[in-house]
Design a protein around this ligand. Structure first.
Ligand code: MN
Length: 713
């Protein structure tokens, strides 16, 4: 049966696992084979050949059972009837999460988005996964797809190849997986630029062919001198250069082909670290080293943990020889990167090391060990740590642009990140096409659409949840400007009222008097004075009296508008904005007799005249200012009411319906007391004025279930 054959080919790669693990993998194989049985690949082969090939790639990296099973099952959620729950039941949560993670990565649309921001995209993919094994499975998936790209139509093929070169090969490099990165690059290059590839391959072949004799001579010389130096257990092999990297070098640095390929590259793999340095000594005796060409990446590892000795020698006939010397272990790290660090390798089955995060930490620890042994900082560890446990989220605009924000950012932070104006006029937002509250925290991969209205302005409440500096400072700035504007208008009105109560018209105050007033108050101009008054930092009546003193005209020639004993009154229109506010201790509404409390720096707080606080306030000099409501106040005002209703089903609904029918909105409802026969509730409702409130209460009283309703404090 061919299916047995197929599994056997995978089994050959599972020698690092024990029997029970292999059996579990076989179960996964059977499930995948059954699930995909009616499907075919574009190559015409049964679909199951693909997941098996992916699992094989993972097995060849000596990865653990979970990764290999996830490789076998990586397409079942996406392409078959099997769901995550089924996988959880049969293979446990860890494997189900891995498969789910791979499916999610697959769903992300790359096409138009990737081009401009490939690097951000790589970061975003890393940020989206909690377990790095998801990336390893995805890389294996991509590698096999690249190996079997041929039958696809050209446009699809080239899209996949481009994505591979821009996104996946760099990710493999980030994880130190040179081997896989090289193959992905090579395959991507062949597909995208077949002609350039062939020309370059032929040219490289030619160079090699023409130098065969020299190369053989070099090899022999190395062998001889290493043997003479009594070095044991080493391997020596010539290296082929990755054609794509040659191509990139020619494009980026505009280096001529001859200069890049006119080098012989050789690698010596030794048994021990000491042998590396011994081998270096020997070959430096064999051929003359090029000055300044030696680099010790063993003492100073590269940022991806790479360790090796590099040197360039003058070979026969002046051919430069690039030599890399490293141990077997270093060689493994250099080729398979993160997969070399035993974290996901089978055989280390300590139960407590099962969580992916612990495993990554374990790997970090290993890199840190290298770091402390060598005394260099390994940025790579830092990079990967940031990628896997990111402090950023990556968010899409509806057009597919990617924005990077600190994690914990909300819709408003995103709006301000796009544009200050967008933040300033934001009224609502859609995350993945669903309307969400503006305080919603965003997660990587979401698409966020900001909805604006030209009349909308920033809300002070946003300051409670925004976390980015830009959003915070923009909102604060707006509020400050707004407050300044509003306080200026209010201050001017306050002063007008105050001076006219003394029989002085503000616009008739001579400039000289105004100037000496401003000078004595250390203010630059009249606007600054108005602001001070509006913010309650100056008492209007005192300022008016100063003006009176400074004016040369004798006071008895003026006719006061009001009798001198009647204080100036500020008319509250409801349009004053932030600088006039209603006190929450007594909730004044239009129609109530009121008094204003001057609050330094904040403006005027309106109290009901009978409020308990007022008695105390009036004792403080210049703390209060007379105010009255305008005839037609704009806006709605919060007022608390208390109602006793029968404790029966539906009575509360009747009450709230009566309030709504009277064109009022309810801000909150609270049950204060619940008896067997009756309930006492406290509501905060919005009213226009006293008449409106009276009408609401009349309406409510029509219900037989209402026992009592009163305005409360
Ligand atoms: Mn696949």
């Amino acid at each position: 049966m061919p299916s047995t054959q197929l599994f056997d080919s995978l089994r050959d790669e599972l020698k690092h696992l024990d029997e029970s693990q292999v059996e579990e993998i076989r179960q996964a194989y059977l499930l995948a084979a059954e699930a995909h049985k009616t499907q075919e690949r574009d190559t015409g082969e049964p679909y199951i050949t693909h997941p098996v090939a992916v699992a094989k790639i993972l097995a060849q990296l000596n990865l653990d059972k979970e990764s290999i099973i996830a490789g076998l099952l990586h397409d079942v959620i996406e392409d078959t009837d099997i769901d995550k729950q089924t996988l959880t039941k049969q293979f446990g949560k860890q494997i189900a999460e891995l498969v789910d993670g791979v499916s999610k990565l697959t769903q992300v649309e790359f096409t138009s988005r990737a081009e401009a921001e490939a690097e951000n995209f790589q970061k975003m993919l890393m940020a989206m996964v909690k377990d790095v094994r998801v990336i390893l499975v995805k890389l294996a998936d991509r590698l096999h797809n690249m190996r079997t790209l041929e039958p696809l139509p050209y446009d699809k093929r080239s899209r996949v190849a481009k994505e591979t070169l821009e996104i996946f090969a760099p990710i493999a490099k980030r994880l130190g997986m040179r081997h896989i990165a090289n193959e992905l690059e090579e395959l991507g290059f062949i597909c995208l630029y077949p002609f350039r590839y062939r020309v370059l391959a032929a040219a490289t072949e030619r160079v090699h062919g023409s130098r065969k004799q020299i190369l053989k001579e070099i090899d022999n010389t190395f062998e001889k001198s290493l043997k003479k130096g009594a070095l044991e257990g080493y391997r020596i092999h010539s290296r082929k250069k990755n054609l794509y990297s040659i191509y990139r070098k020619m494009c980026d640095k505009r280096t001529p082909f001859s200069e890049i390929t006119d080098v012989y590259a050789v690698r010596i793999i030794t048994k021990s670290l000491e042998d590396c340095y011994r081998a270096l000594g020997i070959i430096h005796h064999t051929y003359k080293p090029m000055p300044d060409s030696f680099t010790d990446y063993i003492a100073l590892p590269k940022m991806n943990g790479y360790q090796s000795l590099h040197t360039i020698l003058f070979g026969p006939y002046g051919v430069p020889i690039e030599v890399q010397i490293r141990t077997e272990e270093m060689h493994e790290v250099a080729t398979v990167g993160i997969a070399a660090h035993a974290i996901y390798k089978a055989g280390h089955r300590k139960a407590k090391h099962n969580q992916p995060q612990l495993k990554v930490n374990h790997w970090m620890k290993k890199l840190e060990d290298i770091q402390s042994n060598t005394g260099t900082s390994i940025e790579f560890a830092e990079n990967v740590k940031i990628d896997l446990f990111p402090d950023e989220v990556y968010i899409f605009t509806p057009k597919g642009d990617i924005f990077e924000l600190p994690s914990g950012s909300t819709v408003i932070d995103f709006a301000y990140a796009l544009h200050t104006e967008l933040g300033a006029h934001c009224v609502s937002a859609k995350v993945d096409r669903r309307i969400v509250p503006l305080s919603t925290k965003l997660t990587s991969g979401e698409t966020v659409e900001i909805i604006t209205a030209s009349h909308a302005t920033p809300n002070p409440a946003w300051l409670n949840f925004v976390i980015t500096g830009k959003a915070r400072s923009s909102i604060k700035n707006f509020l400050k400007n707004q407050r300044e504007k509003e306080s200026m208008v209010l201050g001017k009105r306050l002063l007008k009222e105050a001076t006219s109560s003394l029989g002085i018209k503000l616009r008739q105050v001579p400039e000289s008097a105004m100037e000496s007033l401003l000078m004595s108050l250390k203010l630059d101009n009249a606007d600054a004075l108005f602001q001070e008054l509006g913010l309650g930092n100056q008492a209007p009546l005192l300022v008016a009296k100063r003006i009176d003193e400074l004016m040369s005209t004798p006071s008895d020639t003026r006719i006061p508008i009001r009798p001198m004993d009647e204080p100036p009154q500020l008319v509250i229109r409801g349009t004053e904005g932030m600088v006039v506010d209603c006190a929450e201790c007594c909730h004044p509404i239009p129609g109530d007799p009121v008094i204003g409390e001057l609050n330094a720096g904040q403006g005027i707080l309106i109290h009901v005249e009978t409020c308990d606080k007022v008695a105390k306030l009036t004792k403080i000099k210049n703390k209060c200012t007379p105010v009255r409501w305008a005839e037609d106040v704009v806006g709605e005002f919060v007022v608390p009411i208390q109602a006793e209703i029968k404790n029966r089903r539906g009575t509360l609904a009747t009450l709230t319906a009566a309030i709504a029918d009277s064109f009022s909105n309810i801000e909150s409802i609270e049950v204060v007391d619940r008896q067997r026969s009756q309930i006492m509730v406290r509501l905060l409702i919005l009213v226009k004025n006293r008449d409106h409130l009276a009408k609401i209460m009349r309406n409510a009283r029509k219900s037989s279930s209402l026992l009592r309703i009163t305005r409360s404090k």
